[in-house]
Write a protein of this length. Structure first.
Length: 345
């Protein structure tokens, strides 16, 4: 009970999973696993401490979410960064396919690249009691929302929900990842193999993990080749960002750049338009390569060199991982596809 100003008392706030974890001296993720029965990844002494702490604090999972464990909901909630980005629409297609195979319906929410909005969405979704929550999008470092997001998702999992991330392995939940570093390194070696030696990289701010991993992987692929360090131009993680970076490069002068690597395809396609609008012909005056191999990569002229990510399979894997109840990770391979946007030199 909490004392009020008039001397009366009011009920204290109910204990949270965070309170249980603190009382037991374990992480929120460990407390969640111990309470929802996923004890294979929890030491027995930790599980015992968590159960004792929950009993001491009279902790109960959020009652509005109890129906999740009883199987009364038939929905899957998918949270994406940007619904207009073909990367996420392809992933969503895989999630929908796997969900339909299990008789489930997918709803989608858009975080618009905002960690705060992502947290707000997850809090709202918990009250709607979906069977599964899948969060897709690059993890963004340096935000103040990480711990709160972990607690929200862990509370939801404790109540019987399933959680899967599509991103980097950063949060303590099953995660579907792609080999961003390895794919970018393979691309760098492929471009070296067809004669390119001087590069520029169009990348997003470094706190966006996907961009950083791909940028670092590209540099690793060039290591030891004796080529100059690529020019790095930071821009938005969008088509408009690629367009803007291309115009900046042209204004600077690109005599020392033979090819541009944009860290995703929508940036690369935007860059190609930016070059053309400035009178520079992609695939002739300058090479352009991207990453993801979205469907439109073969529709632009010239067709775009890219790193192929099995995007639909990413969505299928996330859904199947969620339905299996597994907390392991799934890592999907990528492969370079060289097209006319980077002809041999």
């Amino acid at each position: 009970m909490t004392a009020m100003a008039d001397g009366s008392t009011a009920p204290s706030s109910p204990p949270t999973l965070h309170d249980v974890a603190r009382e037991a001296g374990v992480s929120i993720a460990t407390a969640s696993r111990a309470l929802n029965g996923s004890v294979r990844n929890v030491r027995s002494e930790n599980a015992s401490r968590v159960r004792a702490a929950a009993a001491k604090l009279n902790y109960e999972p959020h009652l509005s979410a109890q129906a999740i464990a009883k199987g009364s909901t038939r929905t899957v909630a998918l949270v994406v960064r940007d619904v207009a980005d073909p990367y996420f629409s392809a992933i969503a297609a895989g999630v929908v396919q796997a969900a339909e195979e299990s008789g489930l319906i997918v709803t989608m929410a858009v975080a618009d690249g905002s960690p705060e909005r992502e947290l707000e969405i997850v809090r709202t979704l918990r009250g709607q009691r979906p069977r599964v929550i899948i969060v897709a999008g690059s993890r963004i470092e340096g935000t103040g929302t990480r711990d709160a997001l972990v607690e929200e998702l862990a509370e939801y999992r404790t109540a019987g929900g399933r959680v899967v991330m599509i991103s980097q392995r950063d949060l303590p939940f099953g995660t579907v990842t792609v080999d961003n570093r390895g794919g970018a390194a393979e691309l760098a070696r492929a471009l070296l193999g067809v004669g390119y030696r001087r590069f520029a990289v169009f990348h997003a701010p470094p706190e966006i993990r996907t961009s950083r991993d791909r940028h670092e992987g590209f540099l690793a692929g060039l290591a030891g080749s004796g080529v100059p360090e690529p020019l790095a131009l930071e821009t938005g993680f969008t088509r408009a960002g690629g367009y803007e970076a291309a115009r900046r490069l042209v204004e600077r002068g690109f005599e020392d750049v033979e090819a541009v690597f944009a860290v995703n395809d929508v940036m690369a396609i935007g860059a190609m338009t930016g070059f053309r609008d400035a009178g520079v012909v992609p695939g002739v005056d300058i090479g352009v390569a991207g990453f993801d191999d979205i469907e439109s990569a073969v529709d632009v002229l010239p067709p775009l060199t890219s790193v192929a990510v099995p995007l639909r399979e990413v969505g299928l894997s996330a859904m199947r991982l969620a339905l299996s109840g597994g907390e392991q990770d799934a890592r999907l391979p990528v492969g370079v596809v060289v097209r006319e946007s980077t002809p041999p030199r």
